[in-house]
Design a protein around this ligand. Structure first.
Ligand SMILES: Nc1nc(=O)c2c([nH]1)NC[C@@H]1CN(c3ccc(C(=O)N[C@@H](CCC(=O)O)C(=O)O)cc3)CN21
Ligand SMILES: CC(C)C(=O)C(=O)O
Ligand SMILES: [Mg+2]
Length: 282
């Protein structure tokens, strides 16, 4: 059965923790759905994780749509959130609604996510929700505001700043957000936001009290190693396995052990082989 917002609301209300990971491709999404992951974020972190950029800024709507379609094909029963990339919603309500619509119409996403809580962002959330699309807010460490934040720094570490985040969560909920992602804040701030919310609060680096937990999949399986945020726990060493497999392949090819003539080569029947031998002699 396909997961809907009703399932997420029910889990949050029942205190049943929601599992959430990023994916950017068909195969990864397929393994995640098999594992029982309930939500997938097609994150603009794709720019850093699969495209090799240093920030999320270069990611385009077309990049996001292509990745979201692949994820949807891999995980048809999972709640898929499309992450609105830099400058796909900042300009106007019209731009935001059109691009949110592309995630639903062209990629089959269940919801879209946008960063921040300035007055214009609150207005974008309202506009997208009024168009009938589920919207996730995203507050705290918001990578598309990295310039203003002075880098990828944890937020809400003073009482005043924490209070500001509480106000932001309430403003987004009031504007019609269906859920909020809270990133990079102290656990007590994640807790306070969650306790005051009437919608699911998902956290990444926001402590253990949020309704759900998100990680960047390539971090938690040990593939992305340019940096590792404090909030990542490593559940597998896929990077080491890839390196082992690729290295052995190179060695086998160089030393003539792959392919072998039996298991990995096509055959021709004895008759045909004899005929071919004759023909090759001419
Ligand atoms: N691979 C990857 N993992 C992520 O979690 C992630 C991305 N990419 N790209 C988009 C954003 C950027 N994020 C980041 C990036 C770096 C830190 C980091 O290095 N934090 C340090 C310092 C924190 C501080 O100064 O407050 C840490 O020790 O956690 C945290 C989150 C989270 N997102
Ligand atoms: C870092 C997470 C929260 C995100 O927005 C992404 O993966 O793009
Ligand atoms: Mg993002």
């Amino acid at each position: 059965m396909k997961k809907t917002i009703l399932d997420l609301n029910r889990m949050a209300a029942a205190g049943e923790r929601i599992t959430y990971l990023t994916a950017y491709d068909y195969l990864t999404a397929k393994y995640q759905e098999r594992a029982g992951v309930e939500m997938i974020l097609v994150g603009d972190s794709m720019g850093m994780v699969t495209q090799g950029y240093e920030t999320t800024f270069p990611v385009t709507m077309d990049d996001m749509i292509s990745a979201s379609r692949a994820v949807r094909r891999g995980a048809p029963g999972t709640f898929v959130v499309g992450d609105m990339p830099y400058m796909s919603y900042q300009v106007s309500d019209e731009q935001a609604v059109e691009n949110a619509g592309r995630f639903v119409k062209e990629a089959g996403c269940d919801a879209v996510k946008l960063e921040g809580c300035t007055p214009s962002i609150v207005q974008r959330v309202r506009a997208i929700a009024e168009a009938g699309i589920l919207v996730s807010g995203h507050i705290g460490l918001t990578p598309q505001f990295a310039g203003q934040l002075g880098g990828y720094k944890a937020q809400g570490r003073t009482a005043e700043n924490a209070l500001k985040l509480l106000d932001q969560a309430q403003a987004l909920e009031k504007a019609g957000a269906a859920m909020i992602l809270v990133e990079g804040v102290p656990a007590i701030v994640g807790k306070a936001i969650t306790e005051r919310a009437g919608i699911p609060i998902l956290g990444i680096g926001a402590g253990s009290y949020t309704h759900g937990q998100l990680l960047i999949y390539a971090d938690m399986v040990g593939m992305y190693d340019n940096f590792t945020p404090k909030f990542v726990r490593k559940y597998a060493d896929v990077g080491a396995e890839l390196l082992r497999g690729f290295t052995e392949y190179c060695k086998d090819v160089k030393e003539g052990r792959f392919p072998d003539d039996r298991e990995h080569s096509y055959k021709i029947s004895g008759d045909e082989a004899a005929k071919l031998d004759e023909l090759l002699k001419k």
